[in-house]
Each structure stands twice: as structure tokens, then as C-alpha cells.
Design a protein. Structure first.
Length: 382
């Protein structure tokens, strides 16, 4: 059995006892071996901190910011929802939802949506005015996806809901079978004009029609294997990435690959395991595996370009590309910058010392990380 399950006992739960269709396997990311100490290197890239804003602690949840138009929207476990100017870092407004929040923010620049405890969904306009509240069937850990007049969420019991962005009226609900055991993480949703692409437990990537929730296609990214339920956990991790006519995704104990966005047909697939998802741009795909290795793949073919294995078991975030560098955060609040050409270290920046678990975002010419202690940090490579 893989080392990731060495201390699994206290995290596992049995669906038959709980009376549920499935249950969460890990409190957050899978347990790991001891983190590798940081290696010394000569920095060759200057990194500048553009601004830092405190938005509130994440506690046991994962909060990622989102960019829409000229603003960053962020949230925290205490109910804070904030709009921040992307360039200056100055708060535009800050409100409190009045409930504990469990997931990050989704926004299209007009509607700002967050998820609260017990499956409540709250939507605000871009001035911070509450528009509506709606209810899902269970807890929501993934940030809502907002666009095409809808707010789309997935609850832990594997129900996908679409609410009208203006009124909160439920437009449709889709249900999928939930495996016995799953990661307690935040598989994401991305949408385009007609389709919601939903990362699912059990290694599935599902494309649903925004008009009615009907399936366009569903494909296996992870392929559950093994003789025990623990060995068969193979959930799609993080948010899928849409690039041109491709959609790319990765699964824990599964595979990484890119697919045709219209049909779901496979462009390429490779064995890989990640609990945090992937980043992608026009040319490449970037992923951090469960052992702390960061790999760059060619988006069109899946060919591996390089792998940096110097960050072993440091509980890395999703890597993202910013110009000539790839940025990835770790459990001690460090942001590591790797050369996009070679994967070698070119810079390292400390934040507030707390873990960075949420996927960073690229906004204009900066990359923005949100720490567990609540710092929102914008960094730029010069």
C-alpha cells in the first residue's frame, strides 16, 4: 500500500455505519512522509510583493480568491467576503455573511457567490449587497462557479445544483453516485457559455448542459484500482483547466490528461497522482504530485518536459505559470518559483508562515496566494 495511507486509520469512516452513500476519507490533504528540508540556491529571479491584505483565517476549509474584471474577491471562514482592487490591493468593500463559510468565492464580475455551513449558498452583487440565499442538500467545500446567468455548486453528497444568478431560484439539480470513501478536498467546477465541467469523486470528469443539467459526456480521469476501498480512492482533484478547445484534469491515485472539450475524447493520459489539481496555459500543463514533485507536461502531447523533486512532501499547492516562472506554495507559507524552461529554482518568497493550501490565481501580471492565516499576497516577477 502506498505511504500516503500510513496513518489513515483516524481519517477513515465507514459509510454503512454512517448511513450515508459515501464519506470523506481525509480531513484535508492526504497524510504524507516527513517534508524535505528546503534546499539552498542562488536566486536568479527578482520577485516583488505588490501588496498584502488580511481577509480572515481559513480554519479547516480551503479558500481560493477569484478575479473578475478589475477586482479580486476573497472570503474567510468567519463569514468575511471582500472585494479588493487587483492593482493596488485596496479593499473596495467588505461584508460579513452572518454564517460560517466553507468554500471560496465564485464571480463573473456581476454576481459574487460563496458557500456557508450546512449547504447554504449566498449571492451578492458587485457592490456587496446580498441578493439571495439558497440551500443545497449538504456541505459545500468547492467554490461556486458563476457565469451564463447561473451559480453552480456541488455538495459533498455529490449533488450538483444550478441557481439563477439574479433570483436564487433553483434551475436544476443533477445527482451522481458517491463512492464509499472520498478525499475531503475541494474538486472544482468550471463553466463556459453552455456547459459546466465538474470534477467528481470516483475519478470522473462530468460535462453538464447549463440549460438543464443533462449530461454532455462523462469520462474517467482516475480509474479506481486495488482490493480495498482505501486503495480505490481516485477522486479528480482541484479545478479542471480550460485552454482553447482542451479541458485538462488530474486525479488522486489516477491519471493526468487533456481532453476535447466538446466530446470528451482523450488527447492524452498519463499515470499520475495529485490531491490538489493542475495549472495549464497555452503550451503546458503543471502539476504537483502526492510526493511533492512538480512536473511540466506539453499540453498538446503530454510529453514530460521536466520534474523538480526538491520539494518532497511539502504539501504543495496547484502550480501556476506566471511569465517565465512557475509558482507553487507549501505548508510553511513559502512560495517557490521555478524556471518554466528547466524547473530549477529561481526564487523563493516567505509569506506569513502559515500553510498555503488553496490554488493560487494569476491576475494581470501577478500571482495571488491566500494563506491559512488569512493573508492575501500578490507577487510579481521582474
Amino acid at each position: 500500500m502506498r505511504t500516503v495511507f500510513r496513518y489513515i486509520g483516524k481519517y477513515a469512516c465507514v459509510a454503512a455505519i454512517a448511513g450515508l452513500a459515501g464519506c470523506s476519507l481525509f480531513a484535508s490533504k492526504p497524510p504524507t512522509d516527513a517534508p524535505v528540508p528546503l534546499v539552498e540556491f542562488k536566486a536568479t529571479q527578482k520577485i516583488r510583493t505588490l501588496w498584502t491584505v488580511s481577509v480572515g483565517k481559513s480554519e479547516n476549509y480551503e479558500f481560493s480568491p477569484v478575479q473578475a474584471d478589475d477586482s479580486i474577491y476573497a472570503a474567510a471562514a468567519d463569514g468575511t467576503v471582500a472585494r479588493i482592487n487587483t492593482v493596488s490591493g485596496k479593499p473596495v468593500w467588505r461584508v460579513n455573511a452572518g454564517v460560517k463559510l466553507t468554500a471560496g468565492v465564485g464571480s463573473d464580475g456581476l454576481t459574487v457567490a460563496v458557500a456557508g455551513e450546512k449547504g447554504v449558498v449566498l449571492a451578492y452583487d458587485n457592490t456587496g449587497k446580498l441578493l439571495w440565499k439558497a440551500q443545497a442538500t449538504s456541505e459545500i467545500l468547492s467554490a461556486p462557479a458563476v457565469g451564463s446567468g447561473l451559480v453552480v455548486v456541488r455538495s459533498l453528497d455529490n449533488h450538483i445544483f444550478a441557481f439563477d444568478a439574479a433570483t436564487g431560484e433553483r434551475r436544476w439539480m443533477a445527482e451522481r453516485t458517491l463512492p464509499t470513501l472520498t478525499l475531503r478536498n475541494a474538486p472544482g467546477i468550471v463553466i463556459d457559455a453552455q456547459t459546466a465541467y465538474v470534477a467528481m469523486p470516483g475519478g470522473r470528469l462530468s460535462a453538464l448542459m447549463l440549460s438543464n443539467g443533462g449530461p454532455r459526456w462523462e469520462i474517467p480521469v482516475g480509474d479506481p484500482r486495488g482490493t480495498t476501498e482505501l486503495e480505490r480512492v481516485s477522486d479528480v482533484s482541484g479545478r479542471p483547466a480550460i485552454v482553447g478547445s482542451d479541458i485538462c484534469a488530474v486525479a488522486f491515485q489516477g491519471r493526468i490528461g487533456c481532453f476535447d472539450i466538446g466530446s470528451g475524447s482523450v488527447h492524452w493520459l498519463k499515470q499520475f497522482s495529485s490531491a490538489v489539481g493542475l495549472g495549464a496555459d497555452e503550451h503546458n500543463v503543471y502539476a504537483a504530485d502526492e510526493r511533492g514533485g512538480v512536473t511540466e507536461f506539453v499540453r498538446e502531447t503530454g510529453a514530460g518536459m521536466w520534474r523538480n523533486d526538491k520539494l518532497g512532501y511539502r504539501q504543495l499547492t496547484t502550480p501556476v505559470a506566471l511569465g517565465d516562472v512557475v509558482a507553487v506554495g507549501d505548508y510553511q507559507g513559502f512560495v517557490h518559483f521555478l524556471s518554466r524552461d528547466t524547473g530549477d529554482f529561481v526564487a523563493r518568497v516567505a509569506t506569513d508562515g502559515s500553510a498555503i493550501t488553496a490554488a493560487p490565481i494569476v491576475a494581470a501580471s501577478s500571482v495571488i496566494f491566500q494563506t491559512k492565516a488569512g493573508s492575501l499576497v500578490a507577487l510579481a516577477a521582474e
